[in-house]
Design a protein around this ligand. Structure first.
Ligand code: ZN
Length: 448
């Protein structure tokens, strides 16, 4: 396939913007980028996809999300509003995830995937919980991902909060899915697996040992860490150690593992995360919504931590997360110089792509270069000031909007063109998702 009439944003380092170019794609990979006239002459037989002068750039990546949270939209929480993050877990997320059936798991994923295709997010790292539908839940999500054509890394969150039988079932679901991906999915495919853990505050020493024993050495863990200070104090009370020290003792950190949030870690924990090469994901919309504080990610990067950007279940519109990060660090620190656009590009473009290359070791991702996966979006943006490779982050922050994404392509397959979805029937999926909602909300309410 040949994408013609493109203004290519390569997101190489350094970035380049190439007007009037074409992109040749073969077997899901970008094979050549060149001036329009040259490539049209060189690939006369290729099917054409006209970008009509739009910006053609790598798809956005979400480093941490929860498809299972979709049914929280518009749902009433009974009684007084939760006053802090532990209450939000107990009154919102835990009763909601207990209310999910296998079909609800599938439709939660499908509606989030529609949102991702529409808004140009081509790879997502999901963290799943459905304590009353554990076995096979990752297959439900995997089938939805497969149907959508997007790329995703999945896991099941092991937790002791629903008893030992369910924590064991969570371990088995992770292992079953890890083995299935290894057996059935090509290494350069669109599905990968991590080993999910909820958070230190709902995991015993014995369960952490069981997870470490079960997980293959080269599969990373994906866990919430110090999202709220209660996670640190729970760990200190249970073990005398802070959360990161505790996970390090259990040999769960490293270059394949993802630590989510890290809002309340101390200086020693930052050093451990840096020294072990552990990824840290930042979700500022979620942190603001839960009022847990702001993760000091600029300092973490200076310490050598690879910081990525996720959405924690908020809309799969990653530029919204960029904008929130850009703004909240300024307000939190009373300093408009904080969270520079260059830092955000480092986090959301380069680090997110590097994380995905770790999860999918056989693929190159995140740039428009020969050999990279053809995970691309078209953006219908008409700048009224000069747009250069150098100032692109600020055009994204102040000018781009997800509604400008008109085409989404993953591994060379067109998932949306001219805003028309090609793989998912939005109307039918939303109708079915909506028909499941009353039952889910009823099961949720019955727990109070
Ligand atoms: Zn999360």
């Amino acid at each position: 396939m040949l994408i013609t009439n493109a203004t290519v944003v390569t997101w190489e380092k350094p970035n380049r913007i190439l007007p009037d170019h074409a992109v040749a794609i073969n077997q899901g990979m970008i094979v050549e980028i060149g001036p329009q006239a040259e490539l049209v002459a060189r690939y006369p037989q290729d099917e054409r996809l006209d970008a009509r002068g739009q910006y053609v750039m790598p798809g956005n990546i979400c480093a941490h999300t929860h498809f299972y949270g979709a049914y929280s939209r518009g749902m009433a929480i009974p009684g007084p509003a939760p006053a802090d993050f532990p209450e939000i877990l107990k009154k919102l997320w835990w009763p909601l995830d207990r209310s999910l059936s296998p079909e609800a798991v599938r439709y939660s994923a499908l509606v989030c995937l529609i949102d991702a295709v529409r808004h140009g997010t081509t790879t997502l790292v999901d963290h799943h919980a459905s304590p009353n539908a554990i076995l096979g839940s990752l297959d439900e999500i995997a089938e939805a991902v497969d149907q959508s054509g997007l790329r995703a890394a999945l896991c099941y969150e092991v937790t002791d909060r629903d008893g030992e039988e369910k924590s064991q079932a969570g371990i088995r679901e992770n292992m079953r899915f890890i083995e299935r991906v290894r057996r059935e999915c090509p290494a350069d495919g669109r599905l990968a697996a991590t080993f999910g853990l909820h958070a230190s505050l709902t995991l015993s020493e014995a369960t952490l040992d069981a997870c470490r024993d079960a997980a293959p050495a080269d599969v990373g863990f994906h866990i919430h860490v110090a999202e709220h200070s209660s996670d640190e104090y729970d760990s200190l009370q249970k073990t005398g150690m802070r959360v990161v020290d505790r996970l390090h003792k259990h040999n769960m950190l490293g270059p394949n593992s993802i630590v989510v949030h890290a809002v309340h870690v101390d200086a020693r924990e930052v050093i451990i995360l840096a020294e072990t090469g552990t990824w840290v994901t930042h979700q500022p919309r979620s942190n603001m919504n839960n009022a847990v504080g702001v993760s000091a990610v600029e300092g973490y990067m200076r310490a050598g931590i690879k910081v990525c950007l996720g959405n924690d279940g908020f809309s799969n519109a990653m530029w919204e997360e960029w904008k929130t990060a850009y703004l909240v660090h300024k307000l939190w620190n009373h300093d408009p110089r904080r969270m520079n656009g260059i830092d955000l590009a480092e986090i959301a473009i380069y680090n997110n792509a590097a994380l995905v290359e770790t999860l999918f070791p056989q693929v190159r991702i995140g740039s428009v270069t020969p050999g990279a996966q053809a995970d691309l979006i078209f953006v219908d943006y008409h700048p009224f000031t000069p747009l250069t490779a150098g100032n692109l982050p600020w055009h994204i922050l102040f000018g781009f909007h997800e509604s400008m994404v008109t085409a989404t392509i993953v591994a060379g397959k067109v998932l949306m063109y001219d805003r028309e979805l090609k793989t998912l029937d939005e109307e039918a999926i939303c109708r079915q998702a909506l028909s499941l909602a009353p039952g889910i909300w009823e099961r949720y309410q019955q727990q109070f």
